[in-house]
Design a protein around this ligand. Structure first.
Ligand code: NAP
Length: 290
């Protein structure tokens, strides 16, 4: 290893609880090696009760920056000195830069969503959209959609409809957007509304390895060949949800695209360098289930 552990090695990391099945250390460490840059990225399992001490520890050790994952994405706000516009509006931080002791929070998931959707900007702008799920990833998607593509309507379908309603209320207040409609996933029949949407996004964790036959929809009935279908689940690369969409010849976008883009944005914020995204993409493909 060219970049292993010199005295000037800059430290990067990830905090979450539990920390399992993360591909972030591999992405960032491989990127550093490919660029011959002297960074080391480490994962840390920090419980909610230890969050304050954990952040103090990272600051004391001079970490240049770190990613933040479940369950700390909202809880970290009081420990930050500044927060970017998109992270404030989304209400979640997934990337922190340590500027000589001053912590600045960002949400690079929103950038990842935009990166995945931008090739379809013309089709998406002003069109009806459906989102399955109402967690943190859904909020990042809603932000990116309103900010960049202003959909005519965003239907949010979620198992717990109250969480979808909270998102509708939140974005009405934060971005003055009144086009969010909400539904409960069962027994609500989504197919008819889906067929009228240009873009369909899965932001639930349904379909993730090992439960790869799961999907927010039970058939291909709601898909059409005119649609763009994006699944944020990245392992497996080709989910059941995307397989249903392909049965109807819809255009599909895999979650790995967003995964690499949000990682690349974090890497750039910490190091000022461009992640070699094509190489990282190929590296990830070797470790993810097809
Ligand atoms: P989260 O905040 O925990 O939200 C999870 C969502 O999935 C909620 O809407 C939840 O519904 C729904 N859900 C979970 N289990 C379900 C089940 N058995 N049946 C129906 N709905 C279920 O998680 P998140 O941070 O938003 O992440 C969601 C997914 O996006 C994960 O798979 C994550 O890996 C992926 N993601 C990918 C990227 C990327 O770069 N590709 C980035 C961020 C996230 P309830 O509200 O009813 O619980």
């Amino acid at each position: 290893m060219k970049n292993a552990l010199h005295t000037h090695t800059e430290l990067l990391g990830l905090i979450g609880h539990p920390i399992k099945h993360t591909f972030s250390p591999m992405m960032h460490n491989v990127a550093s090696q490919l660029l011959d840059a002297d960074y080391l990225y480490l994962p840390f399992d920090i419980s909610p009760a230890e969050l304050k001490e954990g952040i103090s520890g990272l600051k004391a050790l001079g970490f240049k920056g770190f990613n933040v994952t479940v369950p700390h994405k909202e809880a970290i706000f009081p420990f930050l000195d500044a927060v970017s516009e998109e992270a404030v509006v989304i209400g979640a931080v997934n990337c922190v830069v340590n500027n000589s002791g001053a912590l600045q929070g960002y949400n690079t998931d929103a950038f990842g969503v935009q990166y995945a959707l931008d090739p379809f900007r013309e089709e998406i702008t002003g069109s009806p959209v459906m989102i399955f799920g109402a967690g943190g990833a859904s909020r990042a998607a809603v932000y990116a959609l309103i900010r960049h593509y202003r959909p005519s309507v965003i239907h949010i379908v979620n198992r717990t409809v109250q969480r979808a309603e909270q998102i509708a209320h939140h974005f009405k207040q934060q971005m003055h957007y009144e086009g969010i409609e909400t539904s409960e996933s069962a027994p609500f029949d989504t197919d008819a509304i889906m067929r009228g949407c240009k873009l369909i996004i899965n932001t639930t964790s349904l379909g993730m390895t090992p439960l790869t036959t799961d999907s927010p929809v039970s058939s291909s009935e709601g898909f059409t060949r005119d649609q763009i279908v994006f699944d944020m689940v990245y392992n497996p690369v080709k989910t059941q949800f995307l397989r249903f969409a392909e049965e109807k010849d819809a255009v599909t976008i895999e979650g790995i695209k967003m995964l690499v883009a949000q990682g690349a944005k974090s890497f750039e914020l910490w190091t000022g360098k461009q992640m070699p995204v094509a190489e990282i993409y190929d590296t990830l493909l070797k470790y993810l289930n097809p």
